[in-house]
Design a protein around this ligand. Sequence first.
Ligand code: ADP
Length: 396
Amino acid sequence: MKVLVFNCGSSSIKFKLFDMPEENLLAEGLVERVGTTSAFAALKTPRGKTEINQPIADYPAGFSVIKKMLLHPESGPIQSLSEVKACGHRVVHGAESFGGSMSIDDELEAGIEAVFELAPLHNPPNLTGIKQAQLMFGDIPQVACFDTAFHHSIPEVAYRYALPEKLYTEYKVRRYGFHGMSHQFVARQAAQILGKHKYAVNLITCHLGNGASIAAIRDGHSVDTSMGLTPLEGLVMGTRSGDLDPGILFYLNRKGYDTDSLDTMLNKQSGLLGVSGSSNDVRDLELKADGGDARAQLALDIFAYRIKKYIGAYMAVLNRVDAIVFTGGIGENGAAMRQRILSNLDQQGIILDERKNDIHVGVQGEIQASTSRIKVLIIPTNEELAIARDTFKLTK
Ligand code: ADP
């Protein structure tokens, strides 16, 4: 059964076509810079690569380019759209309404729309993608997979902020958490590696990409995570600040920074980029730091220190930890960063095997020393496959 997975952002559409339940990847593609005259689209299949450079005015135009690429006589993975039996969609915010992946109907679409305010940059394009897929594929099942859903198990003590009650009851201000498909995917994979049932593992999962978050997982369920009402809270990220003293905002506001400029500063100009002054990419920063760039070194050190603090906090939350899991572009590939994060934790039972750490770049494996009480796992994430699995499960 062919399942097409969509990840629709404000100016990009990413998609992957899987054959399920074999989990074979038949094609992957993207459309970038939608809404511009310099848009770019590409499709990769085992038979070749198609690239298209042309203006793509809007989402409908983006989807017709996708259709053209999927049906391309030489490189396309299908001959007819009717071969696709279901679509799965990444939806960023499910708020309190959606605790798992769900088949899409009118009520569910209204639910996604109802939380536009909580994720103004993400949920609107997610819903547009769903509507376009419905138009393109007609009456096949569509499934929504929420980034927040895996974190529904977080208890109130961890999801509530110490704010007046009314902010929660009236405005739903609480921790939701994100990257749920990834944290869940690696948690299930970790259970397999450890030879335990999926609901018998205690883990700390670190999703370290351009966006970064960490989760405490007890008995296979998320019980805390670093991102909050929005993806801004928690770890230092490529361009996001992560945790801050909220007083900084009042202070800057009185200095003349308005809400929009603070929003832009904290989301787009902070994090690794803000501290280093030069890049949000860990690879660049490692090179610069090796060459003596003190600001690059500081950015890397602050990034690692924040993660170490959260690992310590979540070890206290969980009491027993079976493994620490690294995933995402930095978690999977950044051996030097993993070393920085896990240095000097031997008294906590975490000891890295330096050689194993160095050779595990982008591949699954264990990198702890034989004397380490807690295992350290590298598990490449695959959010699209997780979406394809849920879509298949709900529609087969
Ligand atoms: P996104 O959140 O955009 O999906 P990714 O998970 O792809 O991000 O991670 C992107 C980040 O991964 C890059 O910004 C880069 O810093 C980091 N990265 C990729 N390869 C390496 C590497 N070999 N060493 C260190 N960091 C890496």
